[in-house]
Design a protein around this ligand. Structure first.
Ligand SMILES: [Zn+2]
Length: 387
């Protein structure tokens, strides 16, 4: 179901929104404290450093405790190293260390809100930042988009980042952390790039998540789709009713939505494919395979003396490099053994198109309208309503 063609034009909407806002404010005032309390209590755990051989922790008023909750007296900055007996600090071993501070904990000189929890994992130090979900979102906005974008695009980003985080938290509740801090999940770099517009977008949408059939959705998103968003089954195999792909011409004016081109020699491509685990040798040509129903390259045909054949567009992109082939909306051309890749869009193309959302907000659409367009059939709910 597509909501977009049915929404009213901005000029009419403005009067209705003002009226509805007045009514909603009057109705919601008595229940406000309950909702705010539920929102504030929600925490999230992010892996900010993995397999480190040394971590330095500091901060004004830093409190350090071990796995038993004993307060440790140590000099700052605290240098932590992994050893066979656990975490080593000033010659003494610990299984787990917790760091907290009134404003921010500095981990390798970067400020983080909430707690920093250190433990040994994968022969190095794992640092998990545990903090209120809403504070995490304020820090995240400027890693994903610019908070200077129209406020409804920033609010849409806050909602999908919250939705994504809550969905991952539910799926990984038994694991040491819920999210990576990289493009594997959502990019997050502590509290250094928080600003007032990010905070406003998070506060204005406090606790709101997208649900489908009563369940918190997998709110995938990407930089720009290049003309049409992708269906989830074409990338990950799993078909989701709210991730079928929609038309999106709105990102085409963006710097990342326009056409890109990259050239690589055949030996360079072969090297990248082999490093990515594809057993190919003597690569002498590459041809584009068929397109899928969303206009993206379903397969790339490798012509080689050994290990040639069809490979999925997504696997090919992963092996050659996400920075080289920015999306699977591309084509391949061979001129004198130099392969040129040209395409449009940036990212996997599933779910919300960030540059498209920016243009929609500039056109006067509200964050909920933007979201119902990119995730058809979903609705907005407060976390306190679904728990
Ligand atoms: Zn788009």
């Amino acid at each position: 179901m597509c909501f977009y063609p049915r929404v009213l034009r901005p000029s009419y909407r403005t009067y209705i929104i003002i009226l509805l806002t007045l009514v909603m404010t009057a109705v919601s005032l008595p229940g406000r404290n309950r909702i705010d309390a539920a929102t504030v209590d929600e925490t999230i755990r992010i892996a900010i450093i993995k397999s480190a051989l040394e971590v330095k922790v500091a901060g004004d008023g830093l409190l350090v405790t071990n796995e038993k909750g004993d307060v440790l007296t140590v000099s700052l900055p605290v240098t932590v190293k992994p050893s066979k007996d656990g975490l080593l600090v000033e010659g003494r071993p610990y299984r787990r260390l917790l760091f907290s501070a009134p404003s921010a904990v500095l981990v390798n000189n970067k400020p983080y809100r909430g707690l920093a929890e250190l433990s040994v994992a994968d022969k190095g130090i794992l640092v998990v930042n545990q903090l209120p979900l809403e504070e995490y979102l304020v820090g995240l906005i400027n890693c994903e988009i610019s908070s200077a974008w129209p406020i409804d695009a920033v609010k849409a980003q806050a909602i999908i980042a919250r939705t994504y985080a809550v969905n991952r938290k539910m799926a990984r509740s038994a694991l040491p952390y819920h999210l990576e801090s990289s493009v594997m999940d959502q990019v997050y770099d502590g509290s250094l790039i928080e600003d007032s517009r990010s905070r406003r977008a998070v506060q204005d949408t406090a606790g709101q998540v997208l649900v489908y059939g009563g369940a918190v959705i997998q709110a995938f998103y990407h930089s720009s789709c290049g003309g049409r968003t992708e269906a989830s089954e074409n990338v990950w195999g799993a078909s989701l009713p709210y991730l079928k792909g929609v038309e999106c011409q709105y990102c085409l004016t963006s710097p990342t939505g326009t056409v890109w081109e990259y050239k690589l020699s055949l030996p360079e491509i072969e090297e990248r494919l082999r490093a990515g685990g594809h057993k190919v040798a003597g690569l002498y040509d590459i041809k584009p395979g068929p397109l899928n129903s969303r206009g993206r390259l379903k397969q790339v045909i490798l012509q080689a003396t050994k290990g040639g054949g069809a490979i999925s567009g997504d696997q090919f992109r992963k092996a050659v490099g996400y920075g080289v082939i920015k999306s699977t909306r591309f084509t391949v051309k061979n001129s004198n053994d130099e392969i040129s890749f040209s395409g449009s869009g940036n990212g996997h193309g599933v779910g919300l198109c960030q540059w498209g959302a920016k243009q929609r907000a500039l056109d006067g659409f509200a964050s909920n309208e933007i979201l119902s367009y990119y995730y058809p059939g979903t609705e907005l709910k407060k976390l306190s309503e679904i728990r």
